[in-house]
Design a protein around this ligand. Structure first.
Ligand code: ADP
Length: 482
């Protein structure tokens, strides 16, 4: 090949096969006689040639490694994937060290390929990367210290206002003023939530967040979560159902506060984005390895749902599905990102399934310690514990068991009430709400005789299919039976 011939890869080594041209390392190909047949742009640039690199002998570039200009390539170089430090010479005979891998082409062409990195440049780049990494870490530290200071400074006056408002509220008799104080109190609570979110987020981002593991009663924790939301949920006329697998022990070891935080966030969102229908929480035990158990939480709503495209954005920080949502519903877009990081700290993952205008299901898993307790399946007070709907949430928990037992006066009373609410929803073709009452009816007839259960099932299907005639007929049938 002539020295000035255009440096082109032969067909067997076409650029589609080897996207080498724009690689950052020096890439040379040469034949069995040592003639260079291809040099990529980095090779020409670093060795300070133009297209005249092709046609040269490989010993012009590596004179200490290859014998010059022989018909058959002579070298003691150990060809292979292992990199070796050798010296490369530029056209002007100055040199620099490289880390090179020279291999024979795996075919019958007798070609060689050489890939070489400038060692000094690599070291320089490594130092630069390390410098940038340290600067970024320092910046993160400064930022988290700043956030910690600012949030602390904000929290003090907010709590000052809160304390005074509570005092004023307790002495106030004027209803109008009371309403104003309550509003101030609510604003302060909201501000505290935002401050806490920012603080958590910055700690998590800086890797300074630690979990506080303690033993606690799992069902009491869920009751506490429920008490945080039940008023708002029922005020909106939504149904609320919570079921817990009997396999979950009474006491577990984990970070109670943070589990509450995740559930609070998911339930606040569920409540915020649902105008009609129901919210359900289900907790299952999905795995056990020695004393460690995996808990799986499912929070479902029948709210506005999330577009497929927007699902990707959900768990990123400061991410809300769109600006109109944040204007209408408020929020900082930090909640789900914090949930994701907390769940991952607890060894699990969080996911979402959703359909626009149909509702969303957020599920997450975490690993906790079972405190050495065995399966709780046989425990007396541990059948699918809490099943709350609008009615029984108002009536209290005492007669819950009676209400669930088919045939008791409480059960009859509840069934009648729920049926009349159901038919109202059917008449108004409010199917989402009808489904919610249907679920209550299903639970209230769980241990009813078979023929009643069959009527309930038919009614349930009619409601699910939004079939007015069949739902009305099913209602009549069940009502007559009762
Ligand atoms: P925010 O505090 O703003 O609610 P989140 O991170 O908790 O922040 O939620 C981010 C966004 O995800 C919300 O603004 C909303 O657009 C969407 N989102 C979260 N939960 C739901 C839900 N249950 N239904 C519909 N959209 C939701």
């Amino acid at each position: 090949m002539e020295q000035n011939e255009e440096c082109i890869l032969s067909k067997e080594y076409s650029l589609e096969k080897f996207p080498l041209e724009n690689a950052l390392e020096i890439i040379l190909m040469f034949d069995a006689a040592g003639r260079i047949t291809y040099a990529n742009s980095a090779a020409k640039k670093k060795l300070e040639y133009e297209s005249d690199l092709c046609g040269r002998h490989i010993s012009d570039v590596f004179p200490n490694t290859f014998k010059p200009d022989k018909d058959i390539l002579e070298s003691e170089f150990a060809f292979g994937y292992e990199p070796y430090s050798i010296v490369a010479y530029r056209k002007n005979l100055t040199c620099f060290p490289v880390e090179a891998r020279i291999m024979r082409a795996g075919d019958s062409s007798g070609m060689y390929i050489c890939m070489a990195n400038d060692i000094l440049e690599k070291e320089f780049l490594n130092k630069e990367v390390e410098k940038v990494r340290q600067e970024a870490q320092q910046a993160l530290k400064v930022k988290s210290e700043f956030v910690a200071n600012v949030t602390h400074e904000l929290r003090t006056p907010v709590n000052g206002v809160l304390g005074n408002v509570r005092e004023l509220l307790s002495d106030e008799t004027d209803e109008r003023k009371k309403k104003q104080f309550l509003l101030i109190q609510r604003c302060c609570d909201d501000m505290n939530k935002i401050i806490n979110n920012i603080l958590d987020f910055s700690k998590l981002e800086a890797g300074k967040f630690t979990l506080e593991l303690r033993e606690f009663n799992f069902r009491n924790m869920l009751d506490y979560v429920k008490s945080n939301h039940i008023n708002k949920i029922t005020e909106k006329g939504l149904g609320f159902f919570m079921t817990v697998s009997p396999q979950i022990p009474e006491n577990i070891i984990g970070d109670e506060l943070r589990i509450v935080q995740i559930l609070n966030n998911l339930l606040s969102n569920a409540q915020k984005f649902t105008a009609l229908g129901k919210i359900t929480v289900e907790v299952l035990k999905t795995a056990q390895i020695n004393d460690k158990i995996e808990l799986f939480f499912i929070v479902t709503d029948t709210g506005i749902g999330i577009d497929k495209a927007d699902k990707e954005k959900l768990f990123r920080s400061f991410s809300q599905v769109d600006a109109s949502i944040s204007r209408k519903y408020g929020g900082t877009g930090l909640g789900l990102n914090i949930c994701k990081q907390l769940v991952e700290l607890m060894g699990g993952r969080i996911e979402v399934e959703s359909r626009k205008n149909k509702g969303s299901t957020f599920s997450f898993s975490i690993w906790v310690d079972s405190c050495g307790e065995k399966d709780n399946t046989s425990s007396q007070n541990d059948s699918k514990i809490s099943v709350f709907s609008i009615e029984n949430a108002e009536e209290g928990a005492e007669n819950e068991t009676d209400a669930k037992m088919y045939g008791t006066p409480e059960n009859k009373e509840n069934l009648k009430k729920t049926l009349s609410k159901l038919i109202l929803c059917v008449e108004m073709e409010n199917w989402e709400k009808a489904e919610m009452f249907m679920e209550t009816i299903r639970q209230l007839t769980e241990d009813a005789p078979h023929d009643i259960k069959r009527i309930v099932l038919r009614l349930k299907m009619a409601v699910q299919k939004e079939n007015y005639d069949k739902a009305a007929a099913g209602f009549e049938e069940l009502n007559n039976y009762l």
